[in-house]
Design a protein around this ligand. Structure first.
Ligand code: ZN
Length: 132
């Protein structure tokens, strides 16, 4: 994975109430979501900031990944997604260098993008998502 070819794709924020969070971005910044969809047990609203999206993640049930995150840590930054030139190569590279993947194979995430998560134990407590 060549770091110079990687960039931030989106930042995922865990929120308890999507309407309240969307109101802030609309009232303060004039931002409307580019879309709202469901993935991984969360309702996801995407807001575009230049080349980077902010994804507001609201749990659809308490035992979903976002629901558990909020119960344990409260709302806030949930993950950062990095765009890499070649997701398959990045996964192989991470594994060969001893970094633990949550997803050993790419899977389909929000927006139909191919994604894979690294385990936070391998990335100093930060949940990192990779996409291409
Ligand atoms: Zn994400």
């Amino acid at each position: 994975m060549a770091p110079s070819n990687s960039q931030i794709a989106h930042i995922g924020l865990a929120v308890e109430d999507l309407e309240t969070a969307l109101s802030f971005f609309k009232d303060v910044l004039g931002h409307e979501p580019t879309g709202v969809e469901s993935a991984d047990g969360a309702e996801i609203a995407s807001l575009r900031f230049g080349d980077v999206d902010i994804e507001l993640l609201k749990p659809q049930k308490p035992d979903s990944p976002i629901g558990k995150f909020i119960a344990k840590r409260g709302p806030g930054i949930h993950h950062i997604c990095l765009r890499v030139p070649d997701l398959d190569a990045a996964i192989t590279d991470c594994q060969s260098k001893g970094y633990q993947m949550i997803d050993a194979e790419p899977r389909t995430g929000a927006g139909g993008h191919r994604i894979a998560f690294l385990h936070p134990k391998s990335t100093f407590g930060i949940l990192l998502e990779l996409t291409d």
